[in-house]
Ligand binder design. Structure first.
Ligand code: PXL
Length: 280
């Protein structure tokens, strides 16, 4: 029986295009889970566009937390994504301390960069603080750029060999996270997501789509949060999410979706409602 699960999604709200909260909401809701959103920033559209409106929400985050505490809200999962300042990272650390119950899962997506480049909004001090968040996570979901930054390694490129992947995962485990989910690892024809847990590494692969859509990592991380909340293991969640993202990316590529608009997940949401129905 679905007990009425609740996830706190701490991420930015970019009004147009699919990323962050605009993808967390449909994905988590389709799995039958109440998604409580705490916006870290308000943007007209994400920063991949040449122009955007941006308003920081650090003060508002504190107010959300104060009122959620008064409401005695509890969460099955706390999920954090794009954070805009050092202070926000402190706020999320405090939020986890104040709201994590004995069964709450903490998923940290250390959104810091992509394709070997750290986002311009991310300072070295923020990257260092992100390590502190990783230490309290049950799961972290970095891409290779973020993983290398967290490990203080030079960027290994898009297509590292398995020994390098294992070294990265082992080093990330040293930060304190219980499970590592390393995303977007490519080879000639495939893109893989890797789970590293208890010294075991498992790779889940799909055919490589020749276009990378912004916010794909957000859709993926949201799905992982939802799936572990309804009882899937991290391995099962990553296997399902790898296939789901492949379906969305294949369709988005076929219809000529622009990179900045993100992957079109809408028509695949029934797969998630089906999963939820079977889980009741
Ligand atoms: O995870 C993608 C993303 C999320 N949020 C904001 C972004 C981006 C990528 O550019 O700019 C604000």
């Amino acid at each position: 029986m679905n007990k009425g699960y609740r996830i706190a999604a701490i991420n930015d709200l970019s009004g147009a295009s699919r990323c962050s909260l605009t993808t967390a909401l449909p994905i988590i809701s389709a799995l039958g889970i109440n998604c409580c959103v705490m916006p870290t920033a308000l943007l007209s559209n994400h920063t991949g566009y040449s122009e955007y409106f941006f308003e920081d929400c650090t003060e508002q985050m504190e107010q959300f937390a104060i009122n959620w505490k008064k409401m005695e809200l509890s969460f099955d999962c706390i999920y954090s994504g794009f954070l805009g300042s050092e202070k926000q990272i402190d706020t999320v650390e405090r939020f986890i301390h104040d709201f994590k119950g004995s069964t709450t899962k903490v998923v940290i997506d250390p959104v810091m960069g992509d394709n070997g480049e750290i986002y311009t909004t991310y300072t070295d001090a923020m990257c260092a603080k992100m390590k502190r968040l990783a230490a309290v996570a049950d799961i972290i979901t970095p891409n290779l750029t973020e993983a290398c930054k967290l490990c203080a390694m030079d960027y290994v490129g898009e297509k590292p060999d398995d020994a390098t992947l294992e070294l990265i995962c082992r080093t990330l485990t040293g930060l304190g996270a219980k499970s590592i989910v390393l995303t977007g690892c490519k080879d000639q024809n495939h893109i893989s997501n890797i789970v590293y847990q208890g010294g075991k590494m498992q790779k889940y692969s799909s055919e490589l789509i020749p276009k990378y859509f912004t916010g794909t990592g957000d859709t993926f991380a949201s799905l992982i949060c939802g799936l572990i909340t309804i009882g899937k293991t991290v391995f099962e969640a990553v296997e399902f999410a790898t296939d789901f993202i492949h379906k969305c990316a294949t369709y988005s590529y076929a219809i000529g979706q622009s990179i900045n608009e993100g992957i079109a997940c809408e028509r695949f949401l029934p797969l998630l409602t089906d999963l939820q129905r079977r889980n009741i």
